[in-house]
Design a binder for this molecule. Structure first.
Ligand code: C2E
Ligand code: CA
Ligand code: CA
Length: 757
């Protein structure tokens, strides 16, 4: 018995190999097409070709066996039954060594190792081997083994023939061989066509595709797969797929493969991460199935892959965007709501306390107004960063809206802890903020609501309660924190009731306008009146405008109040002419709220009122606070131009309390600047306030604006202001705001005095 392994370059071997390559490809092909769902047409062709291939297989002399990479029999021709005495079904799935125990060919020739593939001769022969038959007897056979193709096909084909029998070239068999060569020629044409179709379906497929052995070794890959992986076919084929899998996902792949091999599933779709050659992680969706032999044993895997890296990144980005504030990156309202629901159930389970803190930045609007939205945004981002730093890992900080933040705390054992957290957040703002050459101090007010396991408050109620507490904190001044109590809720409710009553008061004529005289400090004459709203409430008594105006500003009600004030003031002023005998008619100043100033109907409304009353527009002055005027400077300039054209003047109210900007002041050119009462009647730091007072008066004089000092109560204050050359004054020293009939009397007095002079 010869046992040498040698290559024979004879015709039969080549034909044998070609035919079996064809068969194996047909098998592959059938699965591939089934897997990627190509056209019906393909399937029809393949079924025909597969039948033809089977016929050829059976027609060939000797027994033909198809082996997988481990030498396991995947398929065989009927001749094998005759040779071995076994039923084919008993042999498929068995290792060839069961039949040929003394086969000395190294079993690595069945595997696609590089060394085998690089061996040029594709056929091995071993003669006079003992084939162990079913009945225990031994038959002497010759063994030929060929790889299925030369470009790294995935399996091998074996031919077994009784020693000295048909697969040897003997003259006796020559006639028979000539006969079969005609069949083979016909088959060759079919092979060429099938080859081409296979290439189209596999190579040209846009989806990355792979064939791999049951052990996970790459047998074949297409171009798309190479592109996805960043590697050439040579770098992939013959290598274990786990080398190209993200380490954490190797287990997932193995699990899926196991399920398929065990027959648990025919096809599995799952996600895994691959490693691109450049180190990048490729997220992919893999659809994998297997080719099985007649017994259902997995011969190899076929995978179709979809690169979903960008899709996933987009989905992640979208879900991030849906839950985070785009400016600061903090949680948004939606995420906060979700966390709050979870926190509530944890608080209930563990019988602890939770807290919601609502932080509102103090006078943040002024920053935007004066320094612009860019600085405003930078400030918000910096604040968010500082807040994040002091946020405990178990808690959530969220940007609730413009300049409002929500903080969710869990696992508290006492309400004091919530106050401590609020303290930490406020302290985080202590250090001033610097952006280029802009230095800003920014503080906040905090409302806190604490709940326990018995609380039945909804998310909305908790936030409303925190909001009511924050409102109370603001009322107490800047930088305060207030913990929610039922009284606060009560106040919030009564505030709400007040809005309803205010609306009612407006329609029922309860609201009135009063007029406070404005005095020329050099002549002591009344030159104008400031119209101030009054609300004598039937039960509550006089409700101060400081209380009801801010409430009205939170809704459109302020527009109705503003229109009412304008109508009353303009009507009253136009009548002063006939009601008193003054020669120099006084003007009336009307306060405008922020809401009104940016209302499109403002100018038309004023025009209507002027026309109706016949008041000379020169005698109307609108009072706007600095921060309102600077809210949107381009819009302000537009409104100002209109007012100028109508000859209506502007007084900049509460001057010195906002973020005065000299360049804007010069651009706006208000007719009057009204120095805030806090400079006229300083409570502390007298020296500094006086210096500022002097500076403001000088500034106004220099810019050719009329300077008016508000809130003059004593003759000392008057004297001081006169010395500074302040033009006008207003205050209790002369009179508080009085009803119109009293204002008329006051005017008559002026006329009388002048006459007496
Ligand atoms: P304001 O525009 O700064 O009005 C001046 C406030 O100072 C008035 O308070 C006035 O009564 C008060 N005042 C005048 N002289 C003195 C003084 O010598 N000493 C003291 N302590 N106070 C003095 P009032 O009337 O309570 O108004 C408060 C605020 O309510 C006003 O501040 C204004 O912002 C707002 N307001 C009043 N009426 C209207 C209105 O018709 N429309 C709008 N939008 N706001 C109004
Ligand atoms: Ca005013
Ligand atoms: Ca004022």
């Amino acid at each position: 018995m010869t046992t040498e392994l040698r290559f024979e370059n004879d015709d039969v071997a080549t034909k044998l190999e070609r035919t079996t390559v064809f068969i194996s490809r047909l098998l592959t092909f059938t699965v591939v097409v089934g897997h990627v769902g190509e056209s019906e047409y393909f399937m029809g062709c393949l079924e025909d070709n597969a039948a033809l291939a089977r016929d050829v297989l059976e027609a060939l002399p000797g027994a033909i066996l198809l082996l997988d990479a481990d030498g396991v029999i995947g398929d065989a021709s009927q001749h094998l039954e005759e040779l071995s005495g076994y039923a084919l079904t008993d042999l498929i799935g068995q290792n060839i060594k069961k039949l040929l125990p003394r086969l000395s060919v190294d079993s690595t020739i069945f595997a696609c190792t590089d060394s085998v593939l690089s061996t040029p001769p594709p056929i091995w022969t071993e003669r006079d081997l003992g084939l162990l038959r079913c009945d225990g007897s031994e038959l002497v056979v010759d063994f030929k083994c060929a790889r299925l193709n030369r470009d790294k096909r995935f399996s091998t084909v074996v031919s077994l023939a009784e020693a000295g029998e048909p697969n040897e070239h003997t003259s006796a068999d020559l006639a028979k061989e000539n006969q079969s060569s005609e069949i083979e020629a016909a088959v060759a044409a079919a092979i060429a066509q099938s080859e081409q179709r296979f290439r189209l379906a596999f190579e040209g497929n846009m989806a990355p595709m792979v064939f791999s052995s049951s052990a996970g070794v790459f047998l074949e890959v297409n171009e798309s797969y190479c592109q996805m992986s960043g590697r050439t076919r040579e770098e992939l084929i013959g290598r274990d797929s786990k080398h190209f899998t993200y380490p954490e996902d190797i287990g997932i792949s193995e699990e899926v493969n196991k399920r398929i091999v065990s027959g648990d599933a025919d096809q599995v779709r799952y996600s895994k991460r691959f490693l691109h050659k450049n180190g990048r992680i490729v997220m992919a969706e893999v659809s994998i199935c297997s080719a099985r032999d007649e017994n259902g044993k997995t011969l190899y895997f076929i995978s179709s892959v979809r690169d979903i890296t960008e899709e996933r990144a987009l989905a992640t980005q979208l879900s991030y965007q849906a839950l985070h504030d785009p400016l600061t990156g903090l949680a948004n309202r939606a995420l906060f709501d979700d966390r709050l629901v979870q926190a509530k159930s944890r608080v209930e389970r563990h019988n602890e306390l939770g807290a919601v803190l609502l932080l509102d930045l103090d006078d943040f609007k002024g920053v935007n107004d004066v320094f612009g939205h860019l600085i405003g945004d930078q400030l918000l981002v910096s604040i968010a960063k500082r807040f994040e730093k002091v946020t405990r890992t178990s808690d959530t900080i969220c940007r609730f809206g413009g300049d409002e933040f929500l903080y969710l705390a869990e696992g508290l054992t006492s309400p004091d802890e919530a106050e401590k957290i609020a303290g930490r957040l406020l302290t985080a703002l202590d250090e001033p903020f610097t952006f280029d050459d802009v230095h800003l101090e920014q503080h906040a007010s905090v409302g806190i609501v604490v709940w326990d396991s018995k609380s039945t408050n909804t998310n909305v109620e908790l936030i409303q309660n925190a909001d009511a507490s924050m409102y109370e904190a603001k009322r107490r001044g800047h930088g305060h924190l207030v913990v929610f109590t039922p009284e606060i809720r009560q106040e919030a409710v009564s505030r709400f009731a007040l809005v309803l009553e205010l609306r009612q008061a407006l329609t029922s004529g309860e609201l009135q306008m009063h007029y406070q005289p404005i005095i020329d400090l050099s002549t002591s004459e009344v030159v104008g009146f400031e119209a101030l709203m009054r609300w004598p409430h039937p039960e509550r008594g006089w409700v101060p405008p400081d209380v009801f105006i801010p409430i009205a500003e939170q809704s459109d009600l302020i527009l109705e109040l503003g229109a009412f004030a304008m109508h009353e003031a303009v009507t009253a002023a136009s009548a002063w002419e006939s009601q008193s005998n003054v020669t120099k008619l006084p003007y009336v100043t009307v306060n405008l709220s922020a809401h009104q100033f940016h209302d499109r109907d403002l100018i038309p409304m004023i025009e209507r009122e002027l026309e109706l009353s016949g008041l000379d527009p020169e005698r109307l002055i609108l009072e706007v606070t600095e921060s309102v005027a600077l809210l949107d400077i381009s819009e302000t300039m537009y409104v100002m131009e209109h007012l100028n054209r109508l000859n209506i003047g502007i007084a900049l109210d509460d001057f010195g309390t906002g973020y005065s900007s000299l360049s804007y002041l010069a651009a706006l050119r208000p007719r009057i600047i009204k120095i805030d009462q806090s400079f006229v009647r300083p409570k502390h730091d007298l020296k500094r306030s006086n210096t500022l007072l002097e500076a403001i008066v000088t500034l106004g004089n220099k810019l050719d604006m009329i300077v008016l000092a508000e809130g003059i109560e004593t003759s000392d204050q008057l004297e001081h202001l006169s010395e500074l050359h302040c033009d006008l004054g207003q205050g209790f020293l002369w009179s508080p705001a009085v009803p119109n009939d009293e204002a008329v009397i006051m005017l008559s007095e002026v006329a009388k005095n002048r006459g007496e002079k």
